[in-house]
Design a protein around this ligand. Structure first.
Ligand SMILES: NC(=O)c1ccc[n+]([C@@H]2O[C@H](COP(=O)([O-])OP(=O)(O)OC[C@H]3O[C@@H](n4cnc5c(N)ncnc54)[C@H](O)[C@@H]3O)[C@@H](O)[C@H]2O)c1
Length: 324
């Protein structure tokens, strides 16, 4: 891999972005983070402060005048900044439009203006909506997202591939399953642990608990990302869209049981709260999600953690971090 490239990481102070930054800095790259710290934290990147090849700008992707010129001399952008909250996207599409579509458009304009050579985009399993085929492969059609978040991710994918064709850069679109682990600041594990800390006898569960999805541990997700990225740089990828997830799935009730066990609790009563007639946790919640990762595996990467082990490890990480 070529070293000391200038690499922009949008959302580099967030959960996934900060892990990407850790890896790229270890490889000796020159990292520049753009993050508005809306959900990201300084704590996630504090261990890099003062390093010669590490810089960050507190700036908002919705306002390109704040950061556009930092793209000068950049060869790569990992575009990981977004509003990742599927639930609120359905309630407030305009905010999500600005934080996902407008932000991505502005990044693409910077890529175009400064001739950035590679763009890596954090997409999502939600682009598939409720596919008839599970596990779902990358070429599944019709793609009919059921949340505004999923629709905006799909729109961003289209924008990126069209910009790449028109203006000549290489790109990688990664459709992540649910990623869990160190530094995660949202999602079902975070929600359950915090509720049980407040009240350890009752757990309110969004939905009927039968929602069944794939969970991937963050180390696996980042290793897969860096693996695909290095193949891209070496010209060894003949395709640019990859599912990244674990090979199996578990239910929300399984997760509740793991959290209860790892917190050392017993006799917790589960209160199920279906928000739709068919038992979803919220409008726009996909009930069944398992990605077909055979394409990823063919490139030589296999995840180490099952969904059960990923969730168990993530609960341990979260509880451990709270005790510090
Ligand atoms: N975590 C998952 O399970 C998962 C799954 C699929 C896709 N993704 C995608 O991966 C990416 C990272 O997600 P995450 O889970 O790390 O979330 P996160 O909230 O921890 O990270 C998002 C980062 O983007 C920053 N940000 C948001 N809006 C911004 C703006 N307008 N300008 C500048 N910075 C801004 C936030 O401060 C934060 O640091 C997102 O694009 C998300 O949609 C995540």
């Amino acid at each position: 891999m070529v070293s000391r490239m200038k690499i922009i990481v949008t959302g580099g102070a967030g959960f996934l972005g900060s892990h990407i930054v850790d890896h790229l800095l270890k490889q000796g790259e020159n990292i520049f983070i753009i993050d508005n710290f809306s959900t990201g934290t300084l704590e996630n990147i504090a261990h890099h402060l003062g390093k010669r090849n590490f810089n960050f700008s507190k700036a908002d992707l919705r306002r390109p005048e704040e950061w556009m010129q930092s793209f000068k001399d950049a060869r790569v952008v990992f575009h990981y900044a977004a509003n990742p909250d599927v639930k609120t996207s359905v309630l407030d599409p305009e905010t999500h439009f600005n934080e996902n579509i407008l932000a991505t458009f502005n990044v693409l304009e910077a890529v175009r203006k400064y001739d950035v050579e590679y763009m890596i985009f954090a997409s999502s399993s939600t682009v598939y909506g409720e596919p008839a085929l599970i596990p779902t492969p990358e070429n599944y059609t019709p793609m009919e997202p059921i949340s505004i978040y999923g629709a905006f991710k799909l729109a961003c994918e289209n924008l990126i591939s069209t910009y790449a064709r028109l203006y000549g850069f290489r790109y990688l679109i990664i459709r992540y399953a649910n990623i869990v682990g160190k530094r995660s600041n949202h999602g079902v594990i975070y929600d359950f642990v915090n509720k049980l800390r407040k009240n350890s006898s009752v757990l309110d569960i969004l939905g009927d608990g039968t929602q069944k999805k794939s969970y991937m541990y963050v180390d696996d997700a980042i290793d897969a990302t860096i693996h695909l990225y290095s193949l891209l740089l070496r010209g060894k990828l003949d395709d640019y869209i990859f599912n990244v997830g674990s090979e199996d799935w578990i239910t929300v009730l399984d997760i509740a049981n793991i959290v209860v066990k790892e917190m050392g609790l017993s006799d917790v009563v589960f209160h199920l709260n279906p928000q739709t007639e068919d038992g979803r946790g919220w409008v726009g919640d996909v009930k069944l999600m398992l990605l077909d990762i055979s394409k990823l595996k063919k490139t030589g990467f296999t995840p180490r953690y099952s969904s059960y082990d990923a969730v168990t490890q993530a609960v341990k990480d979260y509880i451990g971090n709270m005790r510090k």
